[in-house]
Design a binder for this molecule. Structure first.
Ligand code: FE
Length: 296
């Protein structure tokens, strides 16, 4: 018996490319060199996505300083590592290691203080951090973690050789992601397609969606035009009902989408709330020890 439903190639409006974002080199934490795509001069935010960073270096000087203790309130941080290891500790006593190929989806909610430090002194560190907003009703929720080792993340293998690592959301063929119960109803897929193969997917209409090209170029076939997107670039997609992609050679990309909240956004550094008053409150709560502190 089939344990999943194979649907036909979807019909409807194909999402084309609205904008290509090349990213800006910057530094964050205690001096980690990274490329910022969302929360950059090119793109302030892409509701519900507040920030996207890519870090990729085999020079320890670019990453060794890590992200020492800092707070978060009002949103979620998603760390996905392609290569390398990061150790995570927080003020609630939670500690874990994110390994090469693993993911941590942290709902900061009402607030934690945490540190994110490379657990390696040499070799390649390559990964992404995405910030996903929370709606007003969930900004002060109890902090929560969903953490998965690489072997715990479902992989859908399609006819024709397409592999989809399903971190969050449901694929066209019905594979459900490891991460569940997220307010933005996100899709987070890591997709590899062989040369000259078409990839089809459905993205819920109204979701804001983008593709980050790990290994390209990738052709995105919109309703009226095809756009080539180079490696290490991000393509914001138009609205629509389906997605159609292809490439000349083996390609790999992240497909990420989420339901926009359309709420006012007040942000300052590690706090993302709905109003300036709530940001001031976050600072005052953090100063007065409401978030707790990491035990060394
Ligand atoms: Fe952080």
């Amino acid at each position: 018996m089939l344990d999943k439903v194979t649907r036909d190639i979807p019909s409807g409006l194909a999402r084309g490319v609205k904008q290509v974002i090349k990213g800006a080199e910057t530094s964050d934490g205690a001096g980690v060199n990274l490329t910022r795509y969302i929360a950059s001069p090119e793109l302030d935010m892409f509701d519900p996505f507040l920030l996207l960073d890519a870090f990729r270096s085999d020079n320890p000087d670019d990453y060794i300083a890590g992200f020492p203790p800092h707070p978060h309130r009002g949103f979620e941080t998603v760390t996905y590592l392609l290569e390398g290891n990061m150790r995570h500790k927080d003020s609630a006593g939670h500690e874990g290691l994110i390994r090469s190929g693993g993911v941590q989806w942290m709902t900061a909610g009402s607030g934690i203080e945490h540190s994110e430090m490379p657990e390696q002194e040499q070799g390649l560190l390559y990964g992404f951090q995405l910030w996903v907003n929370l709606p007003a009703s969930q900004k002060m929720a109890t902090p929560r973690y969903q953490e998965f080792e690489p072997v715990e993340i479902p992989i859908e293998k399609r006819l024709g050789g397409v592999d989809i690592k399903v971190i969050a959301g449901m694929t066209l063929e019905g594979t459900c992601g490891a991460v569940t119960d997220i307010a933005a109803a996100p899709i987070y897929f890591d997709v590899t397609i062989p040369a000259e193969t078409k990839f089809h997917e459905i993205i819920p209409q109204g979701h804001n969606a983008f593709v980050y090209v790990i290994e390209g170029p990738l052709y995105i076939h919109g309703e009226n035009r095809t756009t080539a997107v180079a490696s290490n670039s991000m393509a914001l997609l138009d609205n629509g009902e389906r997605l159609e992609l292809s490439s000349d050679d083996t390609a790999r990309f992240l497909l990420i989408a989420g339901r926009p909240f359309n709420e006012p956004v007040a942000r300052y550094g590690p706090f993302v709330m709905n109003s300036e008053e709530e940001i001031q409150q976050a600072f005052s709560d953090y100063r007065s020890g409401h978030f707790g502190h990491i035990k060394k």
